[in-house]
Design a binder for this molecule. Sequence first.
Ligand code: MLC
Ligand code: AMP
Length: 521
Amino acid sequence: MSASTTSPNNDNNTNNANLFLALRAGFPAAMHECAVQTDSGLEYSWQDLDEATAMLANLLQSLNLPHGARVAAQVEKSVEAMALYLATLRAGLVFVPLNMAYQSAEMAYFIADAQPALLVCSAANFVWLSKLAFGAGCEYVFTLNDDRSGSLLERAAAFPRQHAVAQCTAQDLAAIIYTSGTTGRSKGAMLSHGNLLSNARVLQAYWGWTGTPRDVLLHALPIFHVHGLFVAIHAALISGSKMLWLARFDPRTVLALLPQATVFMGVPTLYVRLLAEPGLDRNAVRNMRLFISGSAPLLIETFQEWQRRTGHTILERYGMSETIMLTSNPYFTETGPRIGGTVGQPLPGVQLRATDAQGSTVGVGEIGDIEVRGPGVFCGYWNMPEKTAQEFSADGYFKTGDVGRVDANGYVTIVGRSKDLIISGGYNVYPAEVEGYINALPGVAESALVGVPDADFGEVGVAVVVLKSGSTVQPAAVIAQLKATLANFKVPKRCYVVAELPRNAMGKVQKNVLRERYEKS
Ligand code: MLC
Ligand code: AMP
């Protein structure tokens, strides 16, 4: 991955596997047209996107960072934040997006693990984050705020608006996405330019982003994770589709903008909250061609109610940070119906099987562990070769940790998870991590975090805590202390103090018993 800076925009297209090049090839010829329109009234043309990413990429390359250097970003959602991602690709560096909800202990871990050469953060967090970053050997810390201020853009302004896209192979890393770990330690999933581009192209074709007529994507998801950053943005850019850009999800704003849009992507909570709006009807969605749901299970009630209210059938798909998108319900009716409660069929190029405890493929309709192989499957966990090896079968299938069945027509239904994971509002919460924090609180002997159903978030965490003898810690204090330490979506919604945790004969905490006990709490 060496930067080719021979002449402005003189890209060697033929042998360059840089994802940015493929995305930019989708931009329309009319570069002055609007590419992104924000909810704060700003408009960015395709030319603006090209020039902004060129300036930022020139800035990044001026830092002379080594091959494979990481650019970590913990910034609010903005078009400039997206441009930073695209510029990182363009410069041939590795992007590490970090959720704004992460607090200091979480950020300290990510920075120590990813060892970024450059960190971009909001000015409000500069003092403590730069201290952390410089302490961990990071060379540069720039700021970027959601009002387009900050040192990143100030510096980039001095650089040319042309930039020759850095030469990359398909195997070169494009991004590291942190996913929470079963042991409590987050793992960085390494994704290559080839992983991301293959998935973008498959989704472009499978979901009918033909470019004629051009789609308009209503983008309301955060851009720290796979769904909002890759699935949504890549699809729009590679097909030259305009984006209506919401800094954060707000059901009323979505409703007001829907008549201008043709495609919407959301986690199930977004659909639940939109259904609570009386204005959601057939008229509001009159120009839409596609609603896509993923990242968490879509309840059949939500699927059916959406059909009733809007006349549209939500297309549910399934994927992971480690694999990008794996399965999808059909878009084109020739491929088959969209079946509620299923996540559809494996996407072209994806091999998917359900296996038993011995690793043999189970029969049609039987439940097993979902394993996958395909061009989107990641290159491994950053700095964790042993963990990576454990997660693959001998014949190269990645063990997703999801449990499901495959019917005679290849439709996959996810029925549960073998990994101890709670998905709350589309965000993953690993109980082991939260339990670690609870157990470290003064007066706490041990704890268990379980996921229980929730009408809004799908699932939420409930903490069950055993105190040390003589301790008088109150549940509210446990929650308050976690709020001060952990990303908000990881904080249990409720906490109970009990005398002891239920255990089986092996001494293992019976989380199923706790789930049953507290599901209606
Ligand atoms: C916010 N809160 C959450 C939460 N989000 N709690 C649990 N789960 C969540 N997801 C907390 C807040 O801190 C607050 O706590 C309270 O809940 C209510 O806040 P809110 O204002 O209603 O939250 P809001 O800002 O509206 O956020 C909800 C949301 C957001 C659903 C819009 O969580 C979101 O954007 N989720 C999308 C996540 C996503 O993009 N996932 C894709 C991952 S990629 P309190 O106590 O302070 O009131 C992936 C792969 C794939 O999974 O297949 O796509
Ligand atoms: P993440 O680690 O954030 O990428 O989350 C990936 C996990 O989200 C998967 O392993 C699944 O457990 C879950 N997931 C994603 N899409 C769906 C879906 N449509 N239905 C059920 N679970 C899903």
